[in-house]
Design a protein around this ligand. Structure first.
Ligand code: KIV
Ligand code: ZN
Length: 391
């Protein structure tokens, strides 16, 4: 792995699956895991094995079929969780245990009703115990986003001393501003003793719509792993969307940060997860929404027909979408109508287009979107139809 390679840690099957009402069965999880492996993700978080027999089985079965990616299981800082995760991962070619504990005052005081020193001891013991089963141990400092940086650095040092290979810095509540999250990663890079022995990971939630921006700030400031889900699904407002961070890095090559993702699979992957989970993807969702490459206003359509790059920063084929769409509505102009008419077999002169366009606007005012059969109907009903077909 080069120092500029960002590891993509997919948690669709763990954090993503925590969406209310969206349980997947083992069969569905296996299909998704196989596709994630093909997509090129570096780590698949397959589940939380101690949470249920079903989750244990899924992690075990996924471990058997994944060929390239590391397979990871989540635990709390509890010995039995760690033992059960190690058991579920025993068939994985590259197993990772992901253990951790809450580190913010809110978690220490209200959830654990304990002290900062006790949390340090529990963190050390959990990583040490996980290391007795696997070499690759990731430690998460839950609610790191709201944890004081000095204390967070002490937690990271303890985890590294116990053998952690990855330090996950979750913005569990999606609270941080991008500048704040980036500064946190920079602080840890500069102040944690032994940081060169581990990589820092971004795990950002989307409560304020900042998960993608925060993850990008994290890697700009030295993190080398991003934890994310397909379509950004997950608890509450969700996690960082995999397709977004991957395309941000691809579209900004001067950042000199890349991933191993085969981006032409992104749209298909999004559809697979959306269909399996029964979670509809909003039409305006970046990269994979149905409108992400659709143009409907006359000014934009005219530009895109002349040159796609006037209003598109991504070639739709790069993410697995066949082509940009020119959508005909009452906001469309002559250029779009001529383009779509040509696609269904009518080459219109300027005068013919003026005539048909007036009929089109009347039609479009009554109907939201004009499809190919509407175009035939409009042209066949126009005064210039005979002229058009005899040309
Ligand atoms: O958001 C979070 O803090 C988590 C941890 C369990 C990694 O999902
Ligand atoms: Zn999370």
């Amino acid at each position: 792995m080069s120092n500029n390679n960002i590891q993509i840690f997919d948690t669709t099957l763990r954090d993503g699956e925590q969406v209310p009402g969206c349980k997947l069965n083992t069969e569905q999880k296996l299909v998704i895991a196989e596709q994630l492996d093909e997509l090129g993700v570096d780590i698949i978080e397959a589940g939380f094995p101690v949470s249920s027999p079903g989750d244990f089985k899924s992690v075990e079965e996924i471990s058997k079929i994944v060929k390239n990616a590391t397979v990871c299981g989540l635990t709390r800082s509890v010995q039995n969780d760690i033992k059960v995760a190690a058991e579920a991962l025993k068939y994985a070619a590259r197993p990772r245990i992901h253990t951790g504990i809450g580190t913010s005052n809110s978690h220490i005081v209200h959830k654990f009703k304990t002290t900062q020193e006790d949390i340090l001891e529990r963190a050390f013991a959990a990583v040490k115990y996980a290391k007795s089963f696997v070499e690759d141990v990731e430690f998460y400092a839950e609610d790191a986003g709201r944890t004081d940086n000095e204390y967070l650095a002490r937690v990271c040092e303890v985890a590294i001393k116990a053998g952690a290979t990855v330090l996950n810095i979750p913005d569990t509540t999606g609270y941080c501003l991008p500048s704040e999250y980036g500064a946190k990663i920079k602080y840890l890079k500069e102040n944690v003793k032994g940081i060169e022995k581990a990589i820092l990971s971004c795990h950002c939630h989307n409560d304020l719509g900042l998960a993608t921006a925060n993850s990008i700030e994290g890697v700009i400031n030295g993190a080398r792993q991003i934890e994310c889900t397909i379509n950004g699904i997950g608890e509450r407002a969700g996690n960082t969307a995999l397709e977004e961070v991957v395309m941000v890095l691809k579209q900004h090559p001067y950042l000199n940060l890349d991933t191993n993702i085969n981006t032409s699979m992104l749209y298909g992957m999004s559809q697979l997860v959306s269909d399996s989970m029964g979670i509809y993807t909003q039409p305006n969702k970046a990269i994979v929404g149905s409108n992400a490459f659709a143009h409907s206003s006359g000014i934009h359509q005219d530009g895109v027909i002349k040159n796609r790059e006037t209003y598109e920063i991504i070639d739709p084929k790069d993410v697995g979408v066949t082509e940009s769409a020119i959508v005909l509505t009452a906001r469309s102009g002559r250029a779009a109508l001529a383009y779509r008419a040509k696609n269904v077999g009518y080459e219109l002169t300027k005068l013919q287009l003026d005539e048909v366009y007036a009929d089109f606007l009347n039609f479009a005012d009554k109907k939201k979107e004009i499809n190919d059969s509407d175009i035939h109907q409009i042209i066949e009903g126009s005064k210039v139809y005979q002229q058009i077909i005899s040309a």
